[in-house]
Structure formats: structure tokens, C-alpha cells
Write a protein that binds this ligand. Sequence first.
Ligand SMILES: Cc1ncc(COP(=O)(O)O)c(C=O)c1O
Length: 417
Amino acid sequence: MNKNFKQILLSEIKRIDTVGSTKRDEVIIDGFTREASPKALIKNKKYLVFNSNDYLGLRFNKDVIIAEHKASDKFGAGPGAVRFISGTLKIYKELEAAIAKFHDREEAMVFSSAFATNVAVMSCLLKAQSKDSLLSNEVCVISDTLNHRSIIDGIRAASIEKDQKFIYKHLDFDDLRKVLMENQTKFKRAVVVTDGIFSMIGEHTDINKLKTICQKFDKEYEQGVFLVVDDSHGVGSYGATGRGCEEKSHGIADALVGTFGKAFGSDGGYVVGDKVFIDYLRESAATYIYSNSISPSVAGAALQSVKIVSSTKGKTLFKKLQDNMQYLKQQMVKAGLQFAAESDHPIQPLLVGDTMKAKQLKDMLFKQGIIVTNITYPVVPKGKDEIRIQINASHTRKDIDQLVKCSAKSAKQLGII
Ligand SMILES: Cc1ncc(COP(=O)(O)O)c(C=O)c1O
């Protein structure tokens, strides 16, 4: 490597280390115990995991793992090619049919990740242009301030002009309404996009309210207002039967993005919507046309998870998740711990209020055999530094008691409570 270029890389790494936002210092998990509530094994020590997105505990489910093995036996370890060459294996079509049915949509499309899905959905939606258009820029996009990085990168990938992009204040629908109003004569189509669950503190979007606003402006734009919701953290963990924010708020997005890599315990992303929209994506999405799908084993596991979540077993897991969440909340309050925000999602933010103390608390919990994540300024506002706790259906009351006891003891030592 050229030594001048090497110096640039070294100084950038040093800058990151100096501001304390190092990410490459990763915790290496050697394996997991095979208990009903699996513990991570790190250097022969057991750890309770309270920072996983596996909200239903499905990644350790026996039937999911059997399905994973069966799929690789049948289809091989990898897809062999991208979908339109020879990589369309029956397991992908079955998974797409199952997830479309789960969300009550005409069609679904599977990608290697939800990140790749958002890049495809946003860039394709913003590039779609009528042939006879006199306007070179007929579409605008309106995005929540705190949307996930993959949505932002999807918008960037569309290479549209700066004056086609708008950001509305976080969860502020009056601000969204204002932006829609101001632009109704300037563009033929508006695309509104939001996360379902915002994963930093577990807030949720009211899809019904959002859809009502989009519908109100639909006739003001010649090609309407198209609503995209990325509910990666909500699906499988939120709403009466795990259908996420749409179910919770009784609203439907035009395109719903999800992941198999969180509550479904597997991996890969997907989008569901009308057939014509999915057909268009299959013809135009670069992260689908030029990139492999998930491996067949991963699709087999995801398919089994969707079947479980749709069944009575899924309802039982979902009930256990809700019970665990309520129990955690009660015990935290009893122990005098405060939340950084009110959340009815398995993401529960414990308020620390100081960047350094949040890191210290995370480290103290780690020493006591508990893994959590500290989320600090500028990701959350100043004074809202937190420990993000993620509860799942496999946790036992004993696990939760241990978390609360250790958190309260360490928080007292740090002068947080
Ligand atoms: C809202 C949201 N969208 C997309 C993703 C990406 O998911 P995946 O790991 O499937 O790419 C995440 C994961 O952090 C997320 O939180």
C-alpha cells in the first residue's frame, strides 16, 4: 500500500479512536449454551445477552435449525448465481409467498439484507420516471430525520437533486403535512419514508395517521403520494400478533420493508407490496439483479420462522415476549431505575444521562456477565445517554432479575440513582 495513503487511513482510525466511537473492538462470542434461555460463551464464561434483535428467540429454535439443514441438503450451501441467472431456487419463491401472505400483500421480494432492500426500494422509487415527462425531476422524497442509514443511502443512490429531497422533523406529522403542502405544485409524485420502530429508544410510528396524511395529499400530486415503511424492528415483535407497526396502528404502507435477521432469527431482507411494484423492482433493483440472494439454508430457516410466527406457537412466544417486557418494566421501576423514554417495544432504554457513565455502566454489567449496548450523544440527544436493553421471549424471570439487580447496584455506584 502507498505510504501516503496508509497515513490517511491511520489518521482517520486515530481520529475515531480519540473521539471514543471505536467499533472494531468487537466482543467475540465463542458459542452459546443450549439452555432454554441460551447464554453467550466468552472465554469460558457465560453471559446474559440483553442486546440481541432475536426478539422471539427463534435463532436457537430446533425446528428452524432443522429446516436450515434440510434446505442446504436440498439446494446446496449457496445460491450459485443471482436470481435472474440460475439463482431462483424454489425455497426463495416459497419464502416470498409466505411473507407476502403474512403481511397480507400481493407479492414479496427477498434480498440479501434489509439494508440492500432499502437501497433498492428507495433508489428505484425515486428513479421511476414517466417517458413523456417534461419535468426532469418529477418526484420528491420526504424522510423522517432519524430514519435508518440504509434509507438514507437508498435516497443517495437515486442521485436525485438536492431540491428533490426533504426531511421532516422526527415523528412530527404536522411538519410532514407542511412539506407535502409546499411541494404539491412542484412535483408529480411524493415518496414518504419512515422507520416503523426507531431502534434507539423503541419509539413507533403511527402508520394509520401517516397513511391518512398521504391519502389526503394523494390527489394533489398527479402520481400520488407513495408511503414506504421500514419495520425491521417491529415485525415479529410488535402488534397483537407480531405484524409490527402496521398492526399496532391499523395502517398499511404502499411498500413495507422488513428483515429476517431480527425477530425471525435468520437473515436477509424483504419488501412486500402490490405485484406491479415488485415486478418493477425485479427489473430495476441493482442490489437484486447484480447481487446474490441469501443462501438456501438461511431462506429455509426464515421460512420456518415465518411459519412459526404465523402459528399458535408464535402466539405463545409473542405472549412470553410481552410478559417479559412488562416484568422488566415493573422491576426496573421498583429498583428505582429510570427509562430514557416510554416504550412498549422490547427495546427498553435505561436512562443514564452522561456519555462516560453510560460506557462505564455497560462495562460494569459486562464484568458481571451481562451484555448490553450503550447509546450515547450524538446518536441520542445530550443528557439522554442510555443503556439499550433488548428483551426477548427466551429470557427467564431469573435472567431479568439478574439484569435489574446488577443495573441498580452499578447505577448506585456511579451515582446515577
Ligand atoms: C430500521 C432498520 N432497517 C434496516 C436494518 C438493516 O437490517 P439488515 O441487517 O437485514 O440489513 C436495520 C438493522 O439495524 C434497521 O434497524
